[in-house]
Design a protein around this ligand. Structure first.
Ligand SMILES: Nc1ncnc2c1ncn2[C@@H]1O[C@H](COP(=O)(O)OP(=O)(O)O)[C@@H](O)[C@H]1O
Ligand SMILES: [Mg+2]
Length: 670
């Protein structure tokens, strides 16, 4: 299909209908697109394996593999150095202290130090005179050997002292760096996901849940990477290094130590599973608390006006107590696991001492005092990483449910993507056709068999009672949703075949609640077209009568508005959003009750701004107030999603009861 639609009224059917794959995409209803896989019937495997979750989370770490590898190398060096320090007890005992003591009299220690620090005195091992020259010779040999050994040990110790701070700095700094970058990436991924989720999703899910997923769950999932790289990996490394040393001291005793594994794994498995399950509930509750807070903030005026502060406070407190109780369920499991591990550890340490002593006493397996002492020391040093590891494990299980909730968000289908042969439009040249359009949000149909032809440049008014489906119609034209059946065509091209970018570039909508972002008035107008020049922004502002109230503001167009900053009145805000629409210079303009919440004076201003916008565009004016629509080329009366009549004001006044009723209402209201 050639991408130039203008001047071609041929119905373009290929896109969306010939391709069965595309058809299924298009037939996705918002109901199917939205909803965070709430029930098992929509999510065949609601509980994903922990391994799968973390491997997926680790993909975020892939760009920083180099940094992480360096950090882990540092970590390896760090635990190596630490273990080596403990290991030194073995040569110290076996090669220095025991031979020194064995070869003679008690007071060895005082004379060790001068020799170490380069004193000229020889190490005095014995005070008693040697019985024979040979014995003297032998003692001197032992003395020299002991001295050499001691010097070696001291040198190794010195190197360790120098290395440890360097590698420790390296590992901590690099890990934090990589984690920080990963967090930036994860946040960006979440934000882009939230932005591309279809509108249906945002209607079906509470904001509290989405916010909680994007803040609490993302935070926790990210922290689990921290746990993985620091606690878990480093502990495993430390334990491995320690294990190598243990084996080198006595492999038999090391094998004996393995009896501790089955109970450790059992505790980890049982409590890990429980923690994960309870943590999921806690995270869901957290969403509930966030939602309560959002509602309180959104409804603050109503709450105050109805003196409902105490009720709200209590309901918020109740929600938090719920959260507290679910949190305590996690804590209970976590603390129990910790206590059991601790008991196991203590029992193990005592048992090892007893067994070791027994072995040394009987001289089995060639175990010496030095061996046992070094073994126990290395074991002791491995205690901290073991503890970190079991804490890391429970932390990971706790975070797994957050990672799961985070990925559920990531996996929610985004807006239907553009088909590969999507058409770029450059405006409306012939017209817009709605044919047999039907749509529903859930079970109840909102639009049924809606058909309408609009010529380019026409102004069409759509009137009807509240809930008739007017806003839904505008949303369909903006492609926030795709129709259940039927179609909307611009110049004969189905909306679903038009690239979303090019469609939205030529449509501007002004809604009932004018939304301003935090920022200056100028920024808010420029939102209509990001590359507009200052002069263009000011021109649009003039047309929309924005300059009249901006002139008296101290900072003019640089006044901060939105959540923080000055409060503009409804009419002023509306004029800013109209300036935004003017700047966009769209081919299709939609006013959805743009003036209905304004007082008469603001309405007149806004109406003038709207009139200035009209020339040469295809305009949809949605209203239940009818003063704005009298001059429309065509007025469509919508009732329960169906067109009941189309005509001009005069025709409808003559023939349509509902229209007369609406006009009557209007006159009474004014
Ligand atoms: N996001 C939504 N989810 C479910 N139902 C909706 C949603 N938006 C609107 N509706 C329902 O669709 C019908 C038409 O709504 P709407 O198009 O907003 O009417 P109007 O703009 O004419 O007042 C109403 O019954 C309304 O309750
Ligand atoms: Mg509406």
């Amino acid at each position: 299909m050639e991408p130039e639609p203008q001047g071609d009224t041929r119905p373009r059917q290929r896109c969306g209908q010939a391709d069965p794959g595309l058809h299924t995409l298009h037939s996705l209803r918002p109901r199917d697109q939205g909803g965070l896989t709430p029930g098992p019937e929509e999510n065949p495997s609601p509980r994903r394996s922990t391994f799968a979750l973390f491997s997926r989370l680790l993909l975020f770490a892939r760009p920083y593999v180099g940094v992480l590898a360096l950090a882990l190398t540092c970590s390896l060096a760090f635990s190596g150095a630490r273990n080596l320090r403990n290991y030194l007890i073995k040569p110290l005992l076996n090669e220095v202290l025991v031979p020194a003591q064995g070869s003679a009299t008690p007071s060895v220690a005082p004379s060790l130090w001068p020799s170490l620090f380069g004193g000229s005195k020889k190490l005095q091992i014995a005070h008693a005179a040697p019985a024979s020259p040979e014995e003297g010779e032998a003692r001197a040999r032992v003395q020299r050997k002991v001295q050499d050994e001691l010097l070696k040990i001291a040198l190794v110790g010195l190197v360790l002292v120098l290395i440890v701070p360097v590698v420790e700095f390296g590992k901590n700094y690099l890990i934090e760096y990589a984690l920080g970058r990963i967090l930036v990436d994860i946040q960006a991924a979440v934000c882009s996901k939230v932005l591309t989720l279809p509108l249906g999703f945002h209607h079906d899910t509470t904001r509290g849940d989405t916010i909680s997923r994007t803040l609490n769950d993302v935070g926790r999932a990210h922290r689990s990477l921290d746990v993985l790289f620091t606690d878990v990996l480093q502990s495993i490394l430390a334990i491995l290094v320690g294990g190598v040393m243990l084996v080198s001291i006595s492999w038999q005793l090391t094998v004996v130590c393995l009896v501790v594994l089955p109970p450790v794994l059992t505790i980890g498995g049982v409590y890990g599973g429980r923690i994960r399950k309870k943590a999921r509930r806690r995270q869901e509750r957290m969403g509930g608390v966030t939602q309560r807070l959002l509602e309180i903030l959104a409804g603050i005026k109503v709450i105050k006006a109805f003196r409902a502060e105490r009720d709200e406070e209590q309901s918020f407190r109740r929600e938090n107590l719920h959260l507290f109780r679910t949190t305590m369920r996690v804590v209970r499991n976590r603390v129990t696991a910790k206590a059991l591990m601790e008991a196991l550890n203590n029992g193990f340490a005592v048992g090892l001492m007893l067994v070791g002593t027994l072995l040394v006493a009987h001289g089995w397996w060639g175990l010496t005092v030095g061996d046992l002492a070094a073994f126990l020391f290395v074991m002791q040093a491995a205690y901290a990483p073991t503890k970190d590891l079991s804490k890391g494990w429970t932390d990971l299980m706790d975070a797994a449910s957050s990672a799961e909730r985070f990925f559920e968000l990531v996996d929610t289908p985004s807006e239907t993507p553009d088909p590969p042969d999507a058409v770029q439009i450059d405006g409306v040249h012939h017209g817009i056709r709605f044919s047999k359009l039907s749509f529903s949000y859930g079970r109840e149909p909102v639009l049924q068999d809606f058909s309408l032809e609009v010529k380019a440049g026409e102004m069409v008014a759509i009137v009807g009672r509240t809930g008739a489906g007017k806003t839904t119609l505008a949303d369909l034209l903006l492609r926030f949703y795709d129709p259940g059946s039927g179609s909307i065509e611009i110049d004969g091209v189905d909306l679903r075949c038009i690239s979303r970018d090019s469609l939205l570039q030529h449509v501007a909508v002004v809604t009932q609640e004018p939304f301003l972002f935090a920022g200056t008035i100028r920024d808010n107008i420029r939102y209509g077209r990001r590359d507009a020049s200052d002069a263009e922004v000011l021109a649009a502002a003039r047309v929309a009568h924005v300059d009249e109230f901006v002139e008296v503001l101290p900072d003019g167009y640089d006044t901060q508005v939105g959540e923080v900053g000055v409060k503009l009145s409804g009419g002023q805000r509306q004029r800013v959003t109209i300036a935004r629409a003017i700047l966009r210079n769209p081919a299709i303009l939609i006013f959805d009750e743009a003036t209905s919440s304004l007082d008469a004076k603001s309405e007149r201003y806004v109406q003038e701004a709207i009139d200035a916008l009209l020339g040469g565009r295809t305009v949809f004016v949605i209203a239940h107030r009818l003063s704005t629509v009298r001059h429309a080329d065509k007025i469509v009366v919508l009732e329960s999603g169906m067109v009941t009549r189309v005509g001009t004001h005069d025709e409808l006044m003559a023939s349509d009861n509902l229209y007369r009723e609406l006009v009557g209402l209007q006159t009474r209201q004014d």
